[in-house]
Structures are given as structure tokens and as C-alpha cells.
Design a binder for this molecule. Structure first.
Ligand code: PMP
Ligand code: GLN
Length: 378
């Protein structure tokens, strides 16, 4: 039977492809972004104990109230916008938060601006609703936002802009100047913003994560998407949340309640107790040590290291080694040398190839050293 796909361009994601290739060839997997180490034992015990105590049925549709209150306290203390539990919806990962936000916004013919290299889940959701993704390449090599180009690409069909900071795959962090300019454009043209802030706690060099929650007027037209997976080393739990003003949250929940209805009860109960301990304060130093270890171990290699100011990714340029395209080179590096990475051209609509690979350093130190030893011999 032939089936007319609404998403004809979509295949397996590069993360699935490279992880499968790494497994097949027993390679060190620095491709898909997930920690190699476990989350806090105490958090596991807490989830387990809520299960044992019988908290195994549906959570409330918007999420556990204590968890939403704990998050509201956290964000109100950290940023200039004050929020409460009614601004927060607990989702099945940031992916579902992003999908639900796009569901609220995009109608047939709408344009949504995204910046390449872009995380892979934005465009298929836009396409599913008949929207058109307008791609703008970030400036290379600092991955800043080309503000003039952004202003020029706004039309009367533009509905929303999607931003991501700290940025996957580049590790770039949005500046106040960029966010101010985006605020002006959003307000001037009555647009909406989806801000993907899943790596909010992974910023280096004493820098601060600048959030849309620091821009109250912009927040009024924004959905901010977060991931417990990144903050607590629990990507496999698929838990996240969306923070939005009340009017947008009301609409968001109309979709949320029919996409998933509600999310995992015992995990929400455990997180409600866990969030106030502020363990996320340790993340910058924890991941910066790993970044530094990898950078030092690669300093004698032929790979050129690009700056990594946030996230758990390091970009490396291999043009001193090969002129192959990055997908072929990444595959060959996995098969012949045993180190898997992500080729960055897949994050560009035009497959822009700067000969760059993304290495994930959310790995044990011995894994990073082993991988770097191999990379130094290439
Ligand atoms: N946005 C970005 C930039 C990501 O890197 C990821 C996941 N790694 C997500 C969204 C999705 O997060 P989650 O796993 O919570 O769905
Ligand atoms: N966000 C992770 C990454 O960038 C991958 C998540 C996934 O496999 N969908 O590597």
C-alpha cells in the first residue's frame, strides 16, 4: 500500500543513525547527547519509594502541583519575571513541550524562523501543521545571530521565531544584545517566540545563562521549553516542562492534554522534593571539567577546537585531516577508528559543511581520554 506521508523528508534522526553505527562497530559513542554516568542514587530511591507507596496512577493534567510550585520558586528567584505554578506544564521531555507549543501556534501557510544549525525536532512539527520553516544560518564560526538578516526575513506570514541557548550543537550562548533585538522584532511584528533552554545550567567560564525570563515583555509572547533530562542526567526518563504566560499556557494545555494528557507520576513526585536542593548549581563546574579534560587531551591532535561556552558538546574542525564531507568522515571515523560523533551539516537545511563534528563530553573521564587518544592518532 502506498501512503502519502505528511513528512516525506523525515527519516531516522542522525542521533539514532550514529548511535546504531557506534553500537554495531563497538565504537566509543560521543555522538548522541546523553550522559554515560548515572543520576543521583537518592533521586532513584525517591522515585522507587513513591512507586512502592502506590503513587502509580495518572498525575494531574498540567503536572504535579508541588513540582510546579518548586519550579516557580526556582525561576522567580533566578530571573526577573515572577512566575507561579499556573505558568508551568510538565511534559514528556522538552521535545513534547516544543511540539505542543508549535501545535498551538502554527497554521497552514505560517512561517516560522529557525536558526541553522538547528536542533532536529523543530521543522517536522512545523511541517506537520502545514507551516513553512524559514532557515537562517548563524554567523560562522561564532554562531551569533545575524540580526539584520533576521529582520529582513520577517514577512506578514511570520508567526514565530525559535531560539536555542545554550545552543546545540555549537555551545554558543545568546547575548543580551541579541535577545533585546529579538524582543523588539517580536513586539513590533506581533510574533511569538519558542525558546529552547534545555541546557540552561550548562554554561562555562562563570558566564550566566540569559533567559527569556529576563525579558518580561518578551516572555508575554513566549513558550520556554526545559528538560529534566539535561539537568538531572536522566534523558531516558523523558521529562520536561514548558513555562509560558497564563494566556499561552491555557492554549498549550489544550494540546498537551490530548497529546499525552499527563506525565509520569512517581518521577514528578520525586522531582518535587528534589528540585529545591539546587543540585543544578554544580553542573557548570562538573561539565566544565569534562570539557577542559577533552580539550587538553585533544590539544596535540590535528582537530581544531571551536569554543564551547555551554552545553555538553565540543565542536572540532577536521579540515587539516580530510576534505571528505562531514557525514562520510563521521561514519568512517566510527567504523575505522572507533569514535562516533555527529556531523554538523545535518543541522543545516542546505547541508552547509564546515567540516565540523560534534563530540559529546557528558562521558566518564576514562572514556574521554580513550577517545582523545584515538583522535590524536588520526
Ligand atoms: N532541545 C535541544 C537543543 C536538545 O538538545 C534536546 C535533547 N537533547 C531537546 C530539545 C529535547 O529534550 P528532551 O530529551 O527532554 O525531549
Ligand atoms: N538531544 C540529543 C542530542 O542532541 C539527542 C536526543 C535524541 O536522540 N533525540 O544529541
Amino acid at each position: 500500500m502506498s501512503f502519502k506521508s505528511k513528512l516525506p523528508q523525515v527519516g531516522d534522526t542522525i542521533f539514532s543513525v550514529m548511535s546504531a553505527l557506534a553500537n554495531k562497530h563497538n565504537a566509543i559513542n560521543l555522538s548522541q547527547g546523553f550522559p554515560e554516568f548515572n543520576c543521583d542514587e537518592g533521586l532513584i530511591e525517591s522515585v522507587n519509594s513513591f512507586m512502592q507507596k502506590g503513587f502509580n496512577q495518572y498525575a494531574p493534567m498540567p503536572g504535579n502541583l508541588s513540582l510546579r510550585e518548586a519550579l516557580a520558586i526556582k525561576y522567580t528567584a533566578r530571573h526577573t519575571t515572577s512566575i507561579n505554578a499556573d505558568n508551568i506544564t510538565i511534559t514528556a521531555g522538552a521535545t513534547q513541550a516544543i511540539f505542543s507549543a508549535i501545535s498551538c501556534l502554527v497554521e497552514k501557510g505560517d512561517e516560522v524562523i529557525v536558526f541553522d544549525p538547528a536542533y532536529d525536532c523543530y521543522e517536522p512539527a512545523i511541517a506537520a501543521y502545514g507551516g513553512k520553516t524559514i532557515h537562517i544560518s548563524l554567523n560562522y564560526p561564532d554562531f551569533s545571530i545575524p540580526l539584520e538578516d533576521l529582520a529582513a526575513k520577517i514577512t506578514n506570514k511570520t508567526k514565530a521565531i525559535i531560539i536555542n541557548s545554550p545552543h546545540n550543537p555549537s555551545g554558543a550562548i545568546i547575548s543580551n544584545e541579541e535577545l533585546q533585538a529579538i524582543e523588539e522584532l517580536v513586539l513590533k511584528h506581533n510574533l511569538y517566540l519558542i525558546s529552547d533552554e534545555v541546557y540552561e545550567h550548562i554554561v562555562f567560564g562563570g558566564k550566566h545563562h540569559i533567559s527569556v525570563l529576563d525579558y518580561p515583555a518578551l516572555f508575554e509572547r513566549s513558550f520556554i521549553c526545559y528538560s529534566f533530562g539535561k539537568t538531572y542526567h536522566t534523558t531516558g526518563w523523558k521529562m520536561g516542562y514548558c513555562v509560558a504566560p497564563h494566556s499561552l499556557t491555557k492554549e498549550f494545555r489544550k494540546f498537551h492534554q490530548y497529546i499525552v494528557f499527563s506525565c509520569n507520576t512517581p518521577i514528578q513526585m520525586a522531582l518535587a522534593e528534589y528540585v529545591p536542593n539546587q543540585s543544578y548549581q554544580e553542573l557548570p563546574a562538573f561539565f566544565q571539567k569534562k570539557r577542559d579534560l577533552l580539550q587538553t587531551a585533544l590539544s596535540g591532535s590535528r582537530f581544531e577546537l571551536l569554543p564551547s561556552n555551554g552545553t555538553y558538546f565540543q565542536l572540532v574542525n577536521y579540515s587539516a585531516i580530510s576534505q571528505e564531507n562531514d557525514v562520510d568522515f563521521a561514519k568512517r571515523m566510527t567504523i575505522e577508528y572507533g569514535v562516533a560523533s555527529i556531523p554538523c551539516s545535518v543541522f543545516y537545511s542546505t547541508a552547509e559543511d564546515h567540516k565540523i563534528l560534534r563530540l559529546c563530553f557528558a562521558k566518564n573521564n576514562d572514556t574521554l581520554i580513550k577517545a582523545a587518544d584515538i583522535l590524536c592518532k588520526i
